[in-house]
Write a protein that binds this ligand. Sequence first.
Ligand SMILES: Cc1cc2nc3c(=O)[nH]c(=O)nc-3n(C[C@H](O)[C@H](O)[C@H](O)COP(=O)(O)O)c2cc1C
Length: 296
Amino acid sequence: MDLSVEIAGIELDNPIMPAAGPITGNPNVIKRVAEQGVGCIVTKTVSTVAAEVAKPSVARLPSGILNCEKWAEEPPSKWIEDYYPEIVKGVEGPIIVSLGYKPDQLRELIPDVEKFADAFELSSHYLGRNPEPIREIAATATDLTDKPVLIKLSPHVPSLQEFAQAAVDGGASGIVAINSLGPGLQVDLETMDSPLGSEDGYGWLSGPPIKPIALRAVNEIYNAVDVPVIGVGGISTAKDLLEFVAAGATATQMLSAALSDGAGKYREILEDLPPELSKLGVERVKDLVGAYKKIN
Ligand SMILES: Cc1cc2nc3c(=O)[nH]c(=O)nc-3n(C[C@H](O)[C@H](O)[C@H](O)COP(=O)(O)O)c2cc1C
């Protein structure tokens, strides 16, 4: 059974990787994830300043997770001097470095971070509802580095297809979709409060409830652009992962299921993939990409 895939010239042993978040927020947790055999690592989004994150920042819902995390809570100097070198030393496979957000911030970060990255993933979570800034961040990053630049899209934009096209127009080599969905709210009726520490109590939804939206997003983007799509949102089983591949994802990411059940989730999925592929009569996972039949 062949689980290997290729993203923008980077060979991965298999199509599962962690999504940017707490599970990739320091070298120790990353080491634990890497030990599960994931195809590559994606680091927590770093920006030019440390994020101030209200606590609690993560709440478990009956199904899924609500969070008000932002980007990394350490300044970039901590990552550049300490975390990235340790991650590179401790991880064998490729490393995708997630950065945010605006062109000036990328100009400040990419030259210092480039030596640690096999590829970049740029979050567009705070860039608004107009596709032009997406084109701009892709163009800025591709001017600064020869390494592949992937753009991560959020589901609340007006047109995923236009945003994906803008990223490709700017030079992106791949699209990651989706970031968490929202904002959303959970109310504890005993306290009349939200479980999250954010000022309004609102947060972003991830995990199984967002899977249908993420699958549709991946399929829309797959139909719109000719670069690989990395699918993320609500995966917790090998079958979920294969649904993303069928909808058009070349590879996938997962976060919430590993936050809820532990990093062993990655290995569990990897072990379940070959038998699930056998059931479909597929020898190579890459042969399933876009097999979903209602292609527009
Ligand atoms: C606690 C938490 C923190 C996150 N932090 C980031 C981040 O720093 N950068 C980013 O691009 N996405 C971030 N995300 C979004 C995830 O990477 C992912 O896109 C989303 O959770 C959907 O995948 P999942 O359902 O497998 O969790 C975060 C999600 C959660 C739950």
